[in-house]
Design a binder for this molecule. Sequence first.
Ligand SMILES: C[S@@+](CC[C@H](N)C(=O)[O-])C[C@H]1O[C@@H](n2cnc3c(N)ncnc32)[C@H](O)[C@@H]1O
Length: 185
Amino acid sequence: MGDFSRPETEAVLAAFDFSAIGQLVDVGGGRGELLMTVLRATPGLRGVVFDQPHVLAPVAVPADLEGRLELVGGDFFASATAGADAYLLKHILHDWHDDACRTILRHIRAAMAPGGRVLILEQVIPPGNAPFPGKLLDLNMLVMTEGGRERTPGEYALLLESAGLNLLRIHPTASAVSVVEAVAG
Ligand SMILES: C[S@@+](CC[C@H](N)C(=O)[O-])C[C@H]1O[C@@H](n2cnc3c(N)ncnc32)[C@H](O)[C@@H]1O
């Protein structure tokens, strides 16, 4: 996933301004490749990688990010790191059916700071029948997961609303991934 992420990360950094955020949690952030790149590109930003304890066990905070990056082991179906300004979910929600996504999002909604944001990085399916890589990925999620899928803007709006969040805007990037930005409803 880290290798897949690299080209997308550059595109996300070019399309979305992280500088207004104080603390960012990467929910299901793997070994932290994305968050480390975002922190290095955004002076003043602090971050938390939240993932399963066994995933984080071999990871160490690099010397240049000491004091700005924290590694927190946990279960995103049970809780979310409290009090952050923004929560990033990259290729997390497409792994799961709507009920599971709602559970993850509701924990975030309950934990986020006032005025906090949720940033979902996924391949958002555009309207119409034109070719789009996310449509193949959607098929992949159908056969590889139990209920995982890519979603349209309307499907994200409904899912977010059911978790107490409102879709604010969708930021396209130069990659197939978009940033779906949501706020408390
Ligand atoms: C598809 S990977 C995405 C990783 C990373 N966000 C990226 O895009 O490169 C899904 C991640 O979710 C984490 N994960 C799965 N179930 C989890 C749970 N219950 N609690 C916390 N993290 C979980 C996995 O360990 C993995 O790192």
